[in-house]
Design a protein around this ligand. Structure first.
Ligand code: PMP
Ligand code: GLU
Length: 402
């Protein structure tokens, strides 16, 4: 009998899944792809991924892994021992942090380790503190596990920084962790060591965990420097899950390799969740990741310098638009201009403005509300200089017609 003709009530879907949003960045990226395939002359400043190719030495390591037959599951599933050792050495060398390789879990992108940590930490009703603007996935990952995201709004006035006072005031007996993201997607802000130290004092006093998403560590612009909160305060450090990965620093978004490093018991639980979920991330990608960490780092600096030039261009051009103001990001590759002065009769919010720019300027960006701020739009500047020039010419013209 054809399956459609079985006559019975369809069982309801999970409320938890029905209640969360699809990732706005992933969905907008998919929409851009569809429009482009349909022939639209579109400039997409949507994707949160380097437009550079993965460096050749990394690709070659993956090809070698295949020819050598490294095409099976890894044992243990939590990551190739050689890769865990390379990560532990990196964390010592660059971040001044001591982790035993057994405290490291290699995952299918940084996104998975964050989600697995949420699975490991959150009971229904538990609270997670998330400073806004935030990366789109944090709050919904918490909701998916029945937790409550407690969004703490920050604005341009405080440099999009969470203050220790605001953090202390938000902590309740149900607080499990705070999610920190520095350098930040979407604002590009980078916390200073002193600011991290002050937040870490509050964290250590309260005894909550920190999930520290440091995926943009390598995309930082002088004079800002990246420091891990785990390194500034031993009391907070022993409760920190440091999250990092290969997507941004090595242009490896499609390879799906990230990792977490943290306290032994938490890491055991994260490994347990992963063992029931994906087993291990792609073995070939893990061999590529070993090369990324141990081979030449030349391309990391080349990409960083290119992003800096693009940042300077896009921010200068955005600030020339009437009704638009944009802080100079210190890291990552996003400009996050405040566009609220453009709201009026023609467009009344960020979603309408993003749609207007898509139609009138054939340029794609992501509405800020996906990141917790309807006053902003997010433009990725992981695009060539000529493309940014062209996009800004189009936007200038479209904005003048609002
Ligand atoms: N954290 C942030 C802040 C991000 O922008 C991204 C982008 N994808 C991720 C985590 C996840 O990265 P991935 O899963 O590709 O390692
Ligand atoms: N993190 C990137 C972004 O913010 C890639 C898409 C995603 O995983 O959210 O656009």
């Amino acid at each position: 009998m054809p399956i459609q003709s079985i006559n019975r009530t369809v069982p309801p879907f999970s409320n938890r899944v029905l209640d969360v949003n699809e990732s706005l960045t992933v969905a907008t990226f998919a929409r851009m792809g569809e429009l482009k395939r349909g022939g639209a002359d579109l400039i997409s400043l949507v994707a949160g991924e380097p437009d550079f190719d993965t460096p050749d030495n990394i690709k070659d390591a993956a090809i070698l892994a295949i020819t050598r037959g490294h095409t099976k599951y890894t044992a243990p599933a939590s990551g190739l021992p050689e890769l865990k050792r390379a990560i532990a050495q990196k964390l010592k060398r660059e971040n001044n942090l001591d982790y035993d390789p057994s405290q490291i879990v290699v995952t299918c992108g940084a996104k998975q380790v964050i989600f697995d940590a949420v699975v490991a930490l959150v009971n229904p009703g538990d609270e997670a503190i998330i400073p806004s603007p935030y990366w789109v996935s944090y709050a919904d990952q918490v909701r998916l596990m029945g937790g409550k995201p407690l969004i703490l709004k920050t604005t341009e006035e405080t440099g999009f920084r969470l203050t220790p006072r605001a953090l202390a005031d938000a902590i309740t007996p149900r607080t499990k962790f705070i999610l920190l993201n520095s350098p930040c997607n979407p604002t590009g802000e980078v916390y200073t060591p002193d600011e991290l130290g002050a937040l870490a004092d509050v964290v250590a006093d309260a005894g909550i965990y920190v999930i520290s998403d440091e995926i943009y560590e390598k995309v930082v612009y002088d004079p800002a420097e990246h420091v891990s909160i785990a390194a500034v305060h031993p009391g907070a450090g022993c409760r920190t899950l440091l999250v990092n990965g290969f997507s941004k620093a090595y242009a490896m978004t499609g390879w799906r390799v990230g990792y977490g490093a943290g306290p032994p018991e938490l890491m055991r639980l994260i490994a347990k969740v992963q063992s029931q979920e994906t087993t291990n991330t792609c073995t070939i990608s893990q061999y590529a990741a070993i090369e990324a960490l141990t081979g030449t780092q030349e391309s990391v600096e080349t990409m960083r310098a290119a992003f800096q030039e693009r940042r300077d261009l896009i921010v200068a051009r955005l600030n020339r638009l009437p009704g638009v103001s944009c802080r100079l990001p210190q890291g990552a590759f996003y400009a996050f201009p405040n566009v609220s002065d453009l709201y009026g009769e023609r467009v009344s919010n960020d979603v309408e403005l993003a749609n207007y720019l898509l139609e009138a300027a054939e340029t794609g960006c992501v509405p800020g509300s996906g990141f917790g701020s309807g006053d902003h739009l997010r433009f990725s500047y992981a695009a060539s200089l000529p493309m940014i020039h062209e996009a800004m010419d189009r936007i200038e013209d479209a904005v003048s017609r609002i």
